[in-house]
Design a protein around this ligand. Structure first.
Ligand code: KIV
Ligand code: NA
Length: 277
């Protein structure tokens, strides 16, 4: 296979060829992802929990992310490799974010970055785009804020919060993001965003209408279960429970989306002020 490019990914999205994304954290998981033919490989900061044993993504450092990203790029010759900007590496200022983004790219050889956030990261997304670093914006549930949110909870369940996620999606496209990682939102919101933006949408718990799906490799393998006796049962939520939760979430959003006219995002997001917050 030849090296995956952004234009090839865009073409896949446009022609509705599903884009497969999986996380990798080290050489064996990188080789596994590559040999399975993943289109994109994410060095996610989930590495903090699933590969390093921390209880949160907030504990991983920039140096640790760079170390692991460098190793993953050694194993992935054709997948598009991108990595998370870890918590604390970009929030202080655009300058801090740009410096650390450059370190990530320069020292690890990755192809792009993923950054969690809302309108407050727009100036950084713009700046990185201007200097030629591809950015995927991670919207919906943002695990770096799990404590603030009181858990890993589905986002966009009410009309108001769905609009908020939708507006952030549009603003990220305007700022130059090459894609959106949409986590834990109702299917209808995942679909609406995918219909209304021209950039890739990669979903995890965002329904089946996104341009692609991302999975955490240890979930696929069922080998991450710090609170369970038997790691081999990890990730096996009974189908009936899954179906029930999905139905509850969908009914909670019945009024939210298709029937309501969605407002366009603010015309100018260049100063990054949270006009629609
Ligand atoms: O860190 C991670 O693994 C992620 C997920 C959304 C795949 O960001
Ligand atoms: Na992540």
């Amino acid at each position: 296979r030849s090296k995956m490019t952004l234009s090839a990914l865009r073409q896949m999205a446009n022609s509705k060829v599903p884009i497969s994304v999986i996380t990798a954290y080290d050489y064996p998981t990188a080789l596994l992802a590559e040999s399975c033919g993943a289109d994109m490989v994410l060095v996610g900061d989930s590495l903090s929990q699933v590969a390093l044993g921390h209880s949160s993504t907030t504990e991983i450092t920039l140096d640790e992310m760079i170390h692991h990203a460098k190793i993953v790029t050694r194993g992935c010759k054709s997948a598009f490799v991108f990595a998370d900007m870890p918590f604390g590496s970009f929030e202080v200022s655009v300058e801090q974010g740009v410096r650390n983004a450059i370190r990530m790219v320069k020292e690890s050889g990755i192809d792009g970055l993923k950054i969690e956030g809302g309108l407050e990261i727009i100036p950084l997304v713009k700046k990185l785009t201007e200097i030629g670093i591809p950015v995927m914006a991670h919207i919906g549930l943002q695990p770096q804020r799990a404590t603030f949110l009181s858990g890993y909870l589905v986002q966009g369940k009410t009309a108001e919060s769905a609009f908020e996620v939708y507006n952030v999606a549009r603003a990220m496209q305007n700022a130059g993001a090459f894609g959106l990682l949409v986590e834990a939102v109702p299917r209808r919101l995942g679909r609406k965003i995918t219909e209304d933006v021209d950039i890739l949408t990669i979903g995890i718990g965002a329904g089946d209408a996104t341009s692609g799906q991302v999975l955490v490799v240890t979930d696929v393998l069922g080998v991450y279960a710090p609170d369970q006796d038997d790691v081999f049962t990890a990730g096996t939520v009974p189908a009936q429970e899954q179906e029930q939760e999905r139905a509850e979430i969908e009914s909670a959003t019945m009024l939210a989306l298709d029937d309501v006219k969605l407002p366009l995002p603010a015309a100018s997001t260049s100063n990054g002020s949270a006009e629609s917050a």
